[in-house]
Design a protein around this ligand. Structure first.
Ligand code: PYC
Length: 308
């Protein structure tokens, strides 16, 4: 299995060029469901230690249904198959440039939730235009054991998010353990309360917001992913959900640009235009760097070939 590893603002992406399971040629949403239900051992073996690490997101390349797309892609982390992945799409574009498969300019990529566009500005700088994103519910309160009542918005940006601003824990790199634990507790309470279900949204990502030290930055975030790793980047689909909330609250106008910082200090530039369904079409600009080209080996006699 040939893979190329990159990172986008510190968050790793492993692009799987070949050697994945045969998922057929149906709609990408069906192929993603098949990957999630029938090939869990495969995707965990590629991403988990000792071959990978839990912060990584994999991008499995598949033939697109739409022939105008340069590729189809299905993203997954160690716990779940994702609808979309913003940092992964920036990393994928930088990887396709590295391979000589695309050049500067605009290209379409098919994902399970729809077609997204990348604009390759230079070998490392990419703008993703995501699928239409929307706020689903605002001011949702959840009672969390040991923490109290936490209030936030439910929003969709290709994945389902609960966004909490301001964070109950200061959003700093020295608080990663506490942010993770509190994020897990909130997600469990939210799921027990059925808040996402009631709003028609499967919520598996939690985002906290706090102030940044840089005056040009709008806010700093901490994003908890389904596998309980935190996103080292500002999270492209999370930023899409955030843009939908800022637009719905009248806090950011169409075409106005903000800078979103991650908990480790990496940044994306964000803006939106209005979408046809009443949501927003997000633009996310970030940088990715290719780090390794590898052949993964799965020896039958290796007791940990399926990952730890
Ligand atoms: O950038 O959309 C994103 C993302 C989702 C999970 C990790 N990164």
């Amino acid at each position: 299995m040939h893979v190329i590893d990159s990172h986008t603002g510190g968050e790793p992406t492993r692009v799987i060029l070949d050697g994945g399971p045969d998922l057929g040629s149906g709609p990408l949403a069906d192929r993603a469901r098949s990957l999630a239900t029938d090939h869990r051992d495969f995707y965990r073996s590629v991403i988990l230690e000792p071959r990978g690490q839990v912060a990584m997101v994999c991008a499995l390349l598949v033939p697109p249904v739409d022939p105008t797309c340069v590729t189809g892609v299905i993203y997954f982390d160690a716990e779940a198959v994702l609808g979309m992945c913003g940092h992964g799409t920036i990393g994928l574009a930088a990887t396709l440039v590295h391979l000589g498969r695309i050049g500067l300019g605009h290209h379409k990529i098919e994902t399970p939730v729809g077609v997204v566009t990348v604009e390759v500005i230079d070998a490392n700088t990419v703008t993703v235009t995501n699928i239409e994103s929307r706020r689903v519910a605002s001011g949702i309160s959840v009672a969390v054991d040991g923490i109290g009542t936490v209030t936030g918005d439910l929003a969709y940006g290709g994945n389902g998010f609960f966004l909490i601003d301001p964070s109950p824990v200061p959003v700093t790199a020295s608080n990663l353990r506490q942010l993770t634990d509190v994020g897990i507790a909130i997600r469990e309470a939210l799921q027990a309360q059925g808040a996402g279900e009631a709003a028609g949204l499967a919520v598996d990502h939690i985002i906290f917001y706090g102030p940044s030290d840089s005056p040009e930055v709008h806010s700093r975030n901490f994003v908890l992913c389904p596998d309980n790793a935190y996103d080292r980047s500002p999270c492209g689909t999370g930023c899409s959900a955030r843009l939908a909330c800022l637009a719905a609250d009248g806090r950011l106008g169409e075409g106005d640009e903000i800078v979103q910082e991650s908990v480790i200090g990496s940044t994306y530039r964000l803006s939106y235009r209005h979408g046809p369904e009443g949501g927003v079409i997000p633009s996310i600009t970030g940088k990715a760097y290719v780090m390794a080209e590898s052949t993964l080996i799965f020896l039958p006699e290796d007791p940990f070939r399926g990952g730890i």
